[in-house]
Design a protein around this ligand. Structure first.
Ligand code: FAD
Ligand code: NAD
Length: 407
């Protein structure tokens, strides 16, 4: 008997959780499960800002896929997806092709650059282990270089963060903690270093609780972060950026622009011929693509409308993990010949954003506000809970964050 082929693309939050759930729900005689990922490791995207700042080594953030996926049940293919051909039920990889009966698209996000000149060429993004490690190395190099030139160049010590959303603010908190260490290491006066967050909206973290936003700005300012709000980043050059505020343009010299001003779905999705809305697949309640009933889409490639606000749910790890549960359940029902598919309902467990490892802000349980140390502990509990869900106590003990009392 021919077993159906299930192919899962991407081993981030959505893809790896779908795989881990499916390997429990299906036996080897039920289906062939194939997981495709660029690297042989899974990484926690939600920790990448720490790797980029150099406050956490990237080996803490990544873990071998073989540690959580059972390779006797799942065929793992380390390769890069080039395109999806849903009408032919095929996926084209750099090194071959795969046929599928059921597909799960979990290829994550890429930076949205909105056509701003020079961004692709000159800015850095916090989007993978490789891109984050590059930021850390680049900042280290610029600090090291500063005292080794005839003329000191201020652009080496100006770190610009484009976008004051959650990613920009979390990175600002980490880099503000790292800068004193860098200054000590490279004999640089702290007062010479600038960390500048450029945010187009009238406030950072637009739409978030104003009291917590104020707390975050005060906490970051106390660590030396400058804010330029209501200021639009207009151009990025190799040695500076151009911003516009109140119709006036200003140029800030910098060799380091970290672009954190928004994400879009992996462009493979838009190019695939799957029906898209804002570059994502607006999935049915059972998480299948409306145009292709054999394709499930989870994580940042999927769009689900929040009926209460009339706007899409923001792309988060939280929703990706919850979607993986439903996608795995529905796939196992279909494989076993069932027709009753589960409907996805987002269970909002709150939002907690770090301001460095010992400080954070958040809203949990609907409207309970948290800030400071208790919020930073909550953030670590959320991170640890994910590790427990993914790989049990062993993984939690190996990779968990337990430094709740250290500075
Ligand atoms: P990802 O987790 O990004 O995984 C995509 C996977 O696909 C990766 O393994 C990648 O290598 C692989 N891949 C990509 N392209 C290819 C290809 N062509 N071929 C093969 N493999 C490929 N959300 C929260 O809920 N809480 C947070 O605290 C939080 N913090 C964040 C902090 C930062 C710095 C960032 C950038 C995001 C944060 N988010 C947070 C958002 C969250 O990380 C994303 O929504 C989540 O990662 C989406 O999961 P995903 O499975 O869709 O994609
Ligand atoms: P975002 O879209 O949430 O924020 C981007 C910010 O950049 C916005 O405030 C926007 O006004 C600003 N911006 C856009 N264009 C600009 C320009 N030209 N100049 C200056 N500012 C500009 O994007 P993000 O912060 O990358 O977050 C992506 C997703 O990941 C979101 O869904 C977010 O909720 C999630 N995330 C969550 C957490 C957390 O829960 N702790 C942390 C990081 C990211």
């Amino acid at each position: 008997m021919n077993k159906p082929n299930i192919v899962i693309l991407g081993a981030g939050y959505g893809g790896i959780m779908t795989t881990v759930k499916l390997q429990k729900k299906l036996g080897v005689n039920d289906a062939n499960i194939t997981l495709v990922n660029k690297h042989d490791y899974h990484y926690q995207t939600t920790w990448l800002h720490e790797n980029a700042a150099g406050t956490l080594h990237h080996d803490r953030t990544r873990l071998p896929i073989k540690d959580v996926v059972d390779f006797s049940k799942v065929n793992f293919v380390q390769d890069t997806v080039l395109s999806i051909k849903p009408d032919d039920k095929k996926v084209v990889l750099e090194n071959g092709e795969l046929d599928y009966d059921y597909l799960v698209v979990a290829l994550g996000f890429e930076a949205a650059t909105f056509g701003i000149p020079g961004l692709i060429e000159n800015a850095f993004t916090i989007s993978s282990i490789n891109s984050s490690r590059l930021i850390r190395e680049h900042i280290d190099y610029n600090f090291a270089k500063y005292n080794n030139e005839a003329e000191n160049k201020q652009e080496r010590l100006n770190i610009v963060i484009g976008g004051g959303g959650f990613t920009g603010i979390e990175f600002a908190g980490e880099i503000a903690n790292r800068v004193p260490e860098l200054c000590k290491e490279y004999d640089i006066d702290r007062s010479k270093v600038r960390i500048i967050v450029v945010e187009a909206a009238p406030t950072v973290l637009p739409g978030f609780d104003p009291q917590l936003v104020e707390y975050a700005m005060n906490a970051l300012e106390a660590k030396g972060v400058e804010f330029k709000v209501g200021a639009m980043l207009k151009e990025c050059k190799p040695d500076g950026i151009v911003i516009e505020k109140d119709e006036k343009r200003e140029e800030i010299p910098t060799n380091t622009t970290v672009w954190a001003a928004g994400v879009r779905a992996n462009s493979i999705v838009e190019e695939s011929g799957l029906e898209v809305n804002r570059g994502k697949v607006e999935v049915q309640p059972d998480l299948r693509a409306p145009s292709h009933q054999d394709v499930f889409v989870v994580g940042d490639c999927a769009l689900i409308m929040n009926e209460e606000t009339g706007r899409p749910y923001p792309p988060t790890a939280q929703i990706a993990i919850q979607e993986a549960d439903v996608a795995a359940h529905n796939l196992s029902v279909l494989i076993k010949g069932g027709t009753e598919l589960e409907t996805f309902h987002f269970n909002n467990q709150g939002t907690v954003a770090s301001l460095g490892h010992d400080d954070a802000i958040g809203v949990i349980l609907g409207d309970k506000k948290l800030f400071g140390w208790s919020a930073s502990v909550m953030k670590k509990i959320i991170d640890n809970r994910y590790l427990l869900k993914l790989g049990g106590v062993g993984l939690l003990l190996k990779k968990g964050k337990f430094n709740i009392f250290s500075k």
